[in-house]
Design a binder for this molecule. Structure first.
Ligand code: SF4
Ligand code: SF4
Length: 190
């Protein structure tokens, strides 16, 4: 069992996450965890990448990283042997997205454990609203039949979370007593 680790502010995380995507690489404090290298059977390669790595092709004809012993072919006891030059998809995965959205991928036990080890902590009203918005949007996506990964992407890229955060901030700035009341009301949804 991985020891618990604070997840930190969802506001700070979301800003860094968006910036990381813009720059082509999200920075995740993975430590010795390699759960996502062991669990996913489909890590897609871009057209430019497919001749660079050992790969297989799925039913739809898309290139995916080759797997050995149920894990990525590039994973060894020492970690990823192509880490400095790892594929685009590996650079953009951040399991904290699932944790912030309150989503636990049951079909992927190692990633599930990694997600569970993040300890959510929200202190400010803004953080609380953003956290709740992500969870609400993710839940709506799950209820429409999406898997946890798709649902977290829907929540994070849907703009819903940022909209909710900014809306409450506007109300709070206009009337200092209204912000906490709205946050409390919103919190009762959970
Ligand atoms: S599951 Fe999360 S913490 Fe573990 S290696 Fe992947 S991104 Fe890092
Ligand atoms: S290429 Fe490296 S980072 Fe990507 S899944 Fe394989 S071992 Fe993990």
């Amino acid at each position: 069992m991985m020891p618990k680790e604070p997840l930190g502010s969802p506001v700070v995380w979301l800003k860094k996450f968006y910036r990381g995507l813009d720059e082509g690489e999200v920075s995740v404090p993975c430590g010795t965890c390699n759960a996502c290298c062991r669990d996913f059977d489909e890590i897609f390669l871009t057209d430019e990448e497919k001749d660079k790595y050992e790969h297989t092709v799925n039913e739809a004809g898309r290139a995916m990283l080759a797997r050995k012993d149920g894990q990525c072919a590039y994973l060894t006891e020492e970690g990823c042997t192509t880490y400095a030059d790892r594929p685009h998809n590996c650079r953009q995965f951040d399991c904290r997205a699932l944790a912030h959205c309150g989503l636990f991928p049951a079909d992927f036990p190692n990633v599930n454990e990694a997600v569970q080890h993040w300890e959510v902590e929200v202190k400010t009203e803004e953080e609380k609203v953003l956290g709740l918005s992500l969870r609400l949007a993710a839940r709506a996506s799950i209820e429409s039949g999406k898997d946890p990964f798709r649902a977290s992407a829907d929540a994070i890229f849907g703009g819903y979370a940022m909209f909710a955060r900014d809306a409450v901030k506007m109300v709070r700035d206009r009337n200092k007593t209204d912000g906490p009341r709205i946050v409390d009301q919103f919190g009762k949804e959970f």
